[in-house]
Design a protein around this ligand. Structure first.
Ligand SMILES: Nc1nc2c(ncn2[C@@H]2O[C@H](COP(=O)(O)OP(=O)(O)O)[C@@H](O)[C@H]2O)c(=O)[nH]1
Ligand SMILES: [Mg+2]
Length: 347
């Protein structure tokens, strides 16, 4: 045995001192509700900050739940799926779903990310969102895609797909603002030369909280991140300022990691050790002014005929993170709204 919690005071540091770089480990966790979990990891524990490791051989066993023996085995993939299926946003704001808005240049992999997530929950490769390569992009409408589990029940989030960003065409900053505020109706087809205005009969003047955006995901192509034209960088940075003003959380999906690094193309697990991906993460973090742990690398399903656990794990890790960001934002929002209501009661 490398480590026993009761014997040490500073547990996290002591745990890493004793367990890092020891090869495969088995960890047994007991909680106060008399539940017991056992986790097997085939990869080393490490202390490097902010680094995820994918380990498709990892398993989580539930040995006991609330005092009763269970012996249930979950793979890492199943654990992530379980977390996402059981995700429930704070009920206080009367939301039906959390909305994640995908923004980014044409062809970076926005629609493919939805297809990737949808494929995992469908249990097969699915391409319901049209994707591919065309001069002004394939996606022309604002589409808040939902994801269903096999029972048909829909999960509590929407991945909102949009027209790709172009330097001189719509989407412009006003449309970005309307999207964030829920003024643009679902399935609205953007006109690249005539941005939507409040006089448009389709404009939603009094959107519900559930129609607004609760997290923004900039989608960037890892292979071409060094070649983004300065005008596009400026456009995204302007959008970002607006998002910051509204306090909406943001992250970057660094897609196409397989095209940015040959080692990753041959084994997706190399994504966390590849120097090329590390450089792309640094670049994305600089361009969009976000900490490195907000840059989420993925490889979308694109030429695969079958699901691959390692590709699915990477995509779900990103999605789970986005749901956490949205949940944190909604908690702050509900506290703010409560304080405002109190203030107006006292006037
Ligand atoms: N190799 C690779 N190709 C990808 C990936 N994601 C998307 N693609 C391809 O890139 C092209 C554009 O993707 P799409 O999702 O339509 O981009 P969008 O315009 O941002 O929605 C399509 O041909 C996809 O198959 C990825 O992670 N790896
Ligand atoms: Mg698209």
């Amino acid at each position: 045995m490398s480590y026993k919690e009761m014997e040490t005071k500073n547990s996290a540091t002591a745990f890493h001192q004793k367990c890092d770089n020891k090869g495969p480990t088995v960890t047994v966790l007991y909680n106060q509700q008399d539940s017991v979990y056992e986790e097997y990891a085939s990869s080393n524990w490490t202390s490097s900050t902010g680094a995820y490791i994918t380990d498709s051989n990892a398993f989580l066993y539930q040995l006991k739940y609330s005092g009763s023996d269970t012996l249930t085995k979950f793979s890492y993939l199943e654990t992530l799926i379980k977390d996402i299926v059981s995700f429930k946003h704070s009920g206080k704001l009367g939301l039906s779903d959390v909305r994640i808005l995908m923004l980014g240049p044409v062809g970076t992999g926005k629609s493919s990310f939805y297809n990737t997530i949808n494929s995992v929950f469908k249990g097969r490769i699915s391409q319901s969102a049209p994707c591919g390569v065309a001069i002004n992009g394939i996606t022309i409408a604002y589409t808040p895609y939902e994801v269903n589990v096999s029972s048909g029940e829909s999960l509590k989030f929407r991945l909102c797909d949009t027209r790709g960003l172009e330097v001189t065409q719509s989407l412009d900053i006003f449309e970005c603002n309307y999207l964030l505020d829920g003024n643009i109706p679902d399935y609205f087809q953007f006109n690249p030369v005539a941005p939507i205005i409040p006089d448009n009969p389709l404009f939603v003047h009094q959107p519900k909280c559930t129609e607004k955006i609760h997290c923004v995901l900039f989608v960037i192509d890892a292979a071409t991140i060094g070649d983004i034209p300065q005008k596009m960088v400026d456009k995204m940075q302007n959008f970002q300022k607006l998002i910051n003003l509204k306090g909406i959380p943001k992250a970057v999906l660094l897609a196409k990691v397989d095209l940015a690094c040959q080692d990753v193309a041959s084994n997706i697990n190399n994504v966390f050790t590849s120097k090329k991906i590390e450089a792309a993460v640094d670049k994305a973090s600089n361009v969009l002014g976000l900490p490195r742990n907000r840059i989420l690398p993925v490889k979308n399903y694109e030429n695969e005929m079958e699901l691959d656990d390692n590709i699915s794990i990477l995509a779900l890790l990103s999605l789970r993170q986005l749901l956490f960001y949205a949940e944190d934002y909604l908690q702050v929002l509900s506290i703010k709204m409560k304080a405002l209501e109190k203030g107006s009661d006292q006037e």
